[in-house]
Write a protein that binds this ligand. Structure first.
Ligand code: NAD
Length: 264
């Protein structure tokens, strides 16, 4: 059963084949969506184009989401090519690498603004630019992380940004309700991507994730892609403003402890 047949989806945030956005793109493709991709800028084109070609995607547009002009240009192009859009995926985050380690209080004013602009405001900016193009029954989706709820060492300003992104998701859900467009976020467990590599100690910190998490498995971009299909399909027609965890249940734990130690 193809859950996204007849729907057009624009996906922002593919950098390479490890990107969560790429897992979402492949899942959407399996479920029959017509796709368009947008990537950050020229440096990524040689990675993104072959991925797009492998799925037969011809709408592949650069867009630095810190620029309202670039966002407007992609929206205009999408209108010309597709007429309207059903689904928009925002899988974008950025903070200065040197602020993703050490104490959070060392975050600079400039670094704070940058992280907020690219990781938070861009979702609102995309929502505004695409609002006239979004068809009833449509969906907006963003990607967040548990570091927005609880302290994840070194995640720092990105954690604060994710808290604001989750709040934006709820406000946007309210705004888009009358248009019958839903707005949700997926809170993904740790996945080794380019963005994750920027967080100090990522590899060491999540080494024990599989031992602690209730489902005792790694999170993959396919896992996130499959949940994205559900949230952006009519199967989730009455779900909006939510943060849905795809984390093997890690967030339910008050005390993460290896089962081996407990003899379980
Ligand atoms: P990624 O590096 O593959 O994706 C991040 C994307 O953001 C890249 O495509 C990058 O080009 C894009 N980007 C950065 N600055 C941009 C700009 N100015 N304009 C346009 N695009 C820009 O890594 P990912 O892990 O797939 O990250 C995708 C989303 O998932 C992020 O919001 C991230 O915070 C979130 N997330 C990741 C994890 C994880 O463990 N990897 C967990 C939870 C949430």
């Amino acid at each position: 059963m193809k859950l996204l047949a007849g729907k057009t989806a624009l996906i922002f945030g593919i950098a390479n084949k490890r990107s969560i956005a790429w897992g979402i793109a492949q899942a959407f493709h399996r479920h029959g969506a017509q796709l368009g991709f947008s990537y950050a800028g020229p440096a990524l084109e040689r990675r993104v184009r072959p991925l797009a070609e492998s799925l037969g995607v011809t709408f592949v547009e650069p867009c630095d989401v810190s620029s309202d002009e670039e966002i407007a240009r992609v929206a205009e192009k999408a209108e010309q090519v597709f007429g309207g859009v059903d689904i928009l995926v925002h899988s974008i985050g950025f903070a200065n690498r040197d602020e993703l380690q050490g104490p959070y209080y060392n975050t600079s004013r400039e670094g704070f603004h940058l992280a907020m602009d690219i990781s938070v405001y861009s979702f609102t900016a995309l929502a505004r630019a695409f609002q006239p193009l979004l068809r009833p029954g449509g969906a907006l989706l963003t990607l967040t992380y548990y570091g927005g709820d609880k302290v994840a060492p070194n995640y720092n300003v990105m954690g604060v940004a994710k808290a604001a992104l989750e709040a934006s998701t709820r406000y946007l859900a309210y705004d888009f309700g009358p248009q019958n467009v839903r707005v949700n976020a997926i809170s993904a467990g740790p996945i080794r991507t380019l963005a994750a590599a920027g967080v100090g100690g990522f590899k060491a910190m999540y080494k024990q994730f599989v031992d602690f998490a209730p489902l005792q498995q790694e999170i993959t971009i396919d896992d996130v892609g499959n949940t994205a299909v559900y949230l952006c399909s009519d199967m989730a027609a009455k779900t909006t403003g939510e943060v849905v965890f795809v984390d093997c249940g890690y967030n339910i734990l008050a005390v993460p402890a290896p089962r081996e130690m407990l003899g379980r």
